[in-house]
Write a protein that binds this ligand. Structure first.
Ligand code: GRF
Length: 215
């Protein structure tokens, strides 16, 4: 399966996806990386991996719809059939989301549907939440909403800082995003009544408790 990845910056998730596609058990290939910003680290990572890149500056387009149409055209031209958003910091038009419905996924650094939007790590710590995490989900027109494919839970420490928590969550992002891409490339991911079913996957029983039972 041919993937396009949309980025705006660092591209550490892109790197994790590139590495996943190098594994021969993953029938996926990244054929294009699109960035709306020039000179970002993610573009460098793509070039090093020999992947075609395109920079499309959103400021050069009259409106969101025109920009998104240019992205769609570039993605189709490259032969990609599925899109991964990886730190792409632009809202997408309804038309784009409709065109790529069920072929467009995102990673978000919280346990959705909790903590949509920006500054999630600060907000979780301020709220005294005990667990954070990350989510890979299909994209729907509303920001950070859509059927959930994979999540990882990360305990929040009493003395956590937003940066420290972000780093621990990012490590899990680099595990679940490649996992989701591989499951999709293997054709094992289905959506039924807006819920994701994964062939041959049975979630473990039990619970994560933070704090654990007092001794
Ligand atoms: C990640 O935290 C991701 O969850 C969010 O944006 C960040 C991108 O980081 N959507 P990177 O560019 O993949 O390093």
């Amino acid at each position: 399966m041919k993937f396009a990845v949309l980025i705006s910056g660092r591209g550490s998730n892109l790197q994790a996806l590139i590495e996943a596609c190098r594994d021969e058990t993953c029938p996926g290939e990244i054929v294009l990386v699109v960035s709306n910003k020039a000179d970002v680290q993610g573009l460098e990572r793509a070039r090093e991996a020999g992947i075609a890149t395109q920079t499309l500056d959103h400021k050069a387009y009259a409106d969101r719809e025109t920009f998104d149409a240019a992205m769609s055209a570039a993605i189709k031209e490259a032969g990609a059939e599925f899109i991964c958003l990886a730190g792409f910091m632009r809202l997408l038009s309804d038309a784009f989301v409709r065109t790529w419905r069920d072929k467009l996924i995102n990673i978000h650094p919280s346990l959705l549907p909790a903590y949509k939007g920006l500054h999630v790590h600060e907000r979780m710590i301020e709220d005294g939440a005990r667990f954070g995490g990350c989510t890979v989900h299909f994209v729907r027109p509303t920001l950070d909403e859509g059927p959930i494919i994979a999540q990882a839970v990360v305990p929040i420490r009493p003395d956590d800082t937003a940066d420290a928590l972000a780093l621990r969550i990012l490590k899990q992002e680099h595990i679940i995003y490649p996992m989701a891409l591989k499951l999709i490339a293997q054709g094992r991911v289905r959506i039924s009544a807006e819920r994701v079913l994964i062939d041959g996957h049975h979630p473990p029983e039990g619970a994560l408790i933070n704090p654990q039972e007092a001794s």
